[in-house]
Design a protein around this ligand. Structure first.
Ligand code: PLP
Length: 390
């Protein structure tokens, strides 16, 4: 038997090694199949190894993997065109992770501030928000556990409570250049920004000539039932970031902006792997699937069913509210039993996530079937029955 000691310890992992996956199922090397309601943290939006992605990557890997970021390539152009055609944005910069896209959004806002707002650089962000693990994105995040980590952090990210417009107004000063938030706070435990708050933010940012930045790394790419979460509220941000679901499992992210905000000059932004044809071909295949007629209708139908099943489970076990929308849902367990539920569900070969001690999060494949939702609900019901009895 091998040990796991060559890997850096960054988290506690169960003693499982997954060797293959298809759709909503992951196979462990002992042969057991696990029902996956995390999907790599809302990453595998079409499930494990979907045929469209396998074919797109296989085709591209034999054709061209990397032409250097100094040149155009076909999949890069095609993906950028598809993203601008299906959103309110005009230009795209591709990255490799959500944090990198957000880092780019922060840089773009600061550059715009330097050029158009007399050097304004502060970006108001939300308490409990999550924007990634680089130094600047950790500084922009509102995770209490991170406050003392890796000091000194990057300055310029005053925090306000989510859905508190008065607090945002109070935080604005002559150094403020932007407001940045997730339309639904994912890692915080699935807390949506209200449409009124988003509309209010759009109004104040216009009034004060500030940029509005949506981090849609988790909510984008169909996760909430529309292609992008901003479409629910009708509020168009100036800048948006995508990651997670964009590549359907492979590492690619994007920074999208409206034309007047595109302030980068040559040399300001770049990256070795950025916009490489292999990853952009993968993301192109994913996006092409999501925009097919009926695809998102089906996501909404299945998501409504998932919500209904979770609501009845919550009622039966005397638990709390269901939060979120589309295929990004949370069940509030009220007491801090969520990590135990996750552990007990894993023993029953169901993969769930507890972003907080009293929150279970559900982010299955967008292609999850009714049968799979039923299967998940039965295991969860069973697990809760046993834990709540104890
Ligand atoms: C996951 C996530 C990130 C970070 O993405 P990485 O690819 O892990 O760097 C940023 N913002 C939000 C909202 C996320 O959910």
């Amino acid at each position: 038997m091998e040990s796991f000691s060559s890997l850096m310890e960054i988290t506690s992992r169960p003693n499982l090694v997954f060797i293959s996956g298809h759709g909503s199922w992951l196979k462990e090397r002992g042969g057991e199949e696990y029902l996956d309601f995390i999907q790599g943290w809302a990453v595998n939006c079409l499930g494990h190894s979907p045929r469209v992605l396998v074919e797109a990557v296989a085709e591209q890997v034999g054709r061209l993997i990397n032409a250097s970021p100094a040149f155009y390539n076909e999949p890069m152009i095609r993906l950028a065109d598809m993203l601008t055609a299906n959103s309110c944005f005009d230009r795209i910069f591709f990255g490799n992770s959500g944090a990198e896209a957000n880092e780019g959004a922060i840089k773009l806002a600061r550059k715009w501030g330097a050029r158009h707002r007399d050097g304004a650089y502060e970006i108001i962000t939300m308490e409990h928000g999550f924007h990634g693990r680089t130094l600047a994105t950790m500084s922009a995040s509102g995770k209490a556990q991170w406050e003392k980590l890796f000091e000194p952090k990057v300055p310029g990210f005053p925090k306000v409570p989510l859905n508190d417009l008065a607090a945002v107004k109070e935080a604005i000063n002559e150094r403020t250049v932007a407001v940045m938030l997730e339309p639904v706070q994912g890692e915080a435990g699935v807390y949506p920004a209200t449409p009124t708050f988003l509309q209010g933010l759009r109004d104040i940012t216009r009034e004060h000539n500030l940029l509005l930045i949506f981090d849609e790394v988790q909510t984008g790419m169909g996760r909430t039932g529309s292609l992008f979460a901003y479409q629910h509220s009708g509020v168009e941000p100036d800048i948006m970031t995508l990651g997670k679901g964009l590549g359907g499992g492979v590492p690619i992210s994007a920074l999208l902006a409206k034309e007047p905000v595109c302030a980068f000059e040559h040399g300001d932004q770049g990256g070795t792997f950025n916009g490489n044809p292999l990853m952009t071909a993968a993301a192109g295949a994913v996006l092409e699937t999501l925009i097919q007629p009926g695809f998102l209708d089906n996501v909404r139908t299945q998501a409504a069913y998932l919500r209904k099943r979770l609501e009845s489970i919550s009622t039966r076990h005397g638990l709390g509210e269901i939060r979120g929308c589309g295929m990004l849902l949370a069940l509030d367990t009220v007491t801090a039993i969520a990590p135990n539920v996750v552990g007990a569900a894993l023993d029953r070969r169901l993969i769930l996530n507890a972003p907080r001690p009293s929150t279970l999060r559900f982010m299955p494949s967008l292609t999850v079937t009714k049968d799979e939702i039923d299967h998940m609900a039965e295991i969860l019901d069973d697990t809760l029955g046993e834990l709540v009895r104890k």
